[in-house]
Design a protein around this ligand. Structure first.
Ligand code: PLP
Length: 419
């Protein structure tokens, strides 16, 4: 870590990896397989981070490795269109009817940036409405009240983001439809888009309350604003067709990332053909990327999606998630520790809180010191849980029932030690 800190700010290339949210120093990882990570000292950890979401099949799944090996004999980058990109776009469209057309990017950040630019261009309006604690990548205009790394480090927005840039960003509380209605009543005619994580994952997992997403859909339509579902985390994770399928919401634009690249850098944004057709070169709205649609990255994404082409994997993830939720909750009850386990499918966060966690304020009100202690206890017991209260833990199809037994035992012990 000392060597890393000499050449990289904080020793890392993405802040949350630094462990500043929980204290201590992170293990440096050398390899991984299935649901396990191995650090430089040879210690093995059950991986509940899964690269912050992408690795829904676990590490080095056979189908993805075979596809990548094959692609490595053909090309690593092409600089021209390839059939692979078409196949990935078609696979996404089959799963998400609202995504008739898409544009590939190399990250979720670029996907959200592109979607916001397109929404502003298409509506001729400037304002964006986002939610406190929702994260949409690190583009300037979306770094107002963003969760995740910012939440962990308690940076209110970020220096270097000019006030003028976020002046066009309105912020409401997640699950507070009335607050959104009030904002719309005052400035609705100026709002280009509402952007939301359909299941918040970057303030820890916070599910949408019944009616919240449907209410956003109705209000946006009523005022002529677009609804952007940021499914970078939830896409192909909470259901075959993402949160939009799970909750029955049709967005105008969808942002994708993480699982769509199967561990390699892929993002995408998409929607109705008439909207997407406004992007360059078909239309005037600029968007580009040297490595967008990179053949190796797209190959990993395609192979991953093809392994997820039935309800079965999602049933398995749901079962495991339910077991984990129940096991953690009952450990809390047994030890008399107030715990709230928020879960949607295979995304899960435990909060040490008496009150329900339904927005960013209630997420922050939990006992962060206890979270840090339990995180440390899990690490000592061979479990790599996200090093922040405000990140989601994930399950993969590589996790076994035995892994869950061990995880729950480690959780109980870590909780007892921290109580
Ligand atoms: C991870 C994430 C992003 C950013 O994606 P990157 O690939 O890290 O740029 C955007 N939105 C949501 C909801 C995310 O979870």
């Amino acid at each position: 870590m000392e060597r890393a800190q000499r050449v990289m700010p904080g020793g890392v290339n993405s802040p949350v990896r630094s462990f500043r949210g929980v204290g201590g120093t992170p293990p440096f990882f050398a390899s991984a397989r299935g649901p396990y990570l191995v650090d430089l000292d040879g210690n093995r950890y059950l991986d509940m981070v899964l690269a912050y979401g992408p690795l829904i099949l676990g590490h080095l799944p056979e189908a993805v490795v075979a596809a990548l090996r094959g692609q490595l004999t053909r090309a690593e980058a092409l600089g021209g269109p390839s059939e692979l990109e078409v196949e990935l776009a078609e696979e996404v469209a089959r799963r998400m009817p609202a995504v008739e057309m898409l544009r590939l990017t190399s990250s979720g950040t670029e996907a959200a940036m592109g979607a916001v630019r397109l929404a502003r261009a298409a509506t001729g309006r400037d304002l964006i409405l986002k939610f406190d604690g929702c994260y949409h990548g690190h583009a300037d205009s979306l770094l107002a009240a963003a969760g995740s790394g910012l939440a962990t480090l308690a940076i209110p927005g970020s220096p270097g983001v000019p006030p003028g840039t976020v002046a066009d960003t309105l912020v409401a509380s997640f699950n507070d439809l009335e607050g959104v209605a009030e904002l719309f009543a005052r400035q609705g005619e100026r709002v280009a888009a509402v952007i939301v994580e359909p299941v918040a994952g970057n303030m820890g997992v916070v599910p949408p309350e019944p009616g919240f997403l449907a209410g956003l859909r109705t209000l946006s339509s009523e005022y002529g604003a677009l609804l952007i579902l940021d499914e970078v985390m939830t896409g192909f994770r909470v259901a075959r067709g993402g949160a939009q399928q799970r909750y029955g919401i049709t967005p105008d634009l969808t942002c994708l990332g993480k699982v769509i690249g199967g561990g390699l850098p892929v993002g995408a944004f998409g929607g109705r053909a008439a909207l997407m057709g406004q992007l360059a070169p078909a239309g005037p709205v600029y968007h580009a990327g040297t490595l967008s649609g990179n053949p190796l990255a797209v190959t990993a994404g395609l192979a991953t999606l093809r392994e997820l082409d039935s309800p079965l994997p999602y049933q398995r993830l749901e079962e495991m998630g339910a077991r984990l939720e129940e096991g953690m909750s009952s450990a809390g009850r047994r030890l008399g520790v107030p715990i709230r386990v928020n879960r949607v499918g295979s995304m899960l966060t435990f909060f040490f809180s008496e009150a329900a966690v339904r927005d960013y304020a209630s997420a922050r009100a939990g006992d962060l010191a206890r979270f840090s202690a339990v995180h440390r206890g899990l690490l000592e017991r061979g479990v790599f849980w996200p090093p922040s209260q405000f990140e989601a833990g994930f399950l993969s199809l590589a996790h076994t029932d035995l892994d869950l037994d061990r995880l729950l035992e480690a959780f109980s012990d870590a909780l007892a030690a921290a109580a």
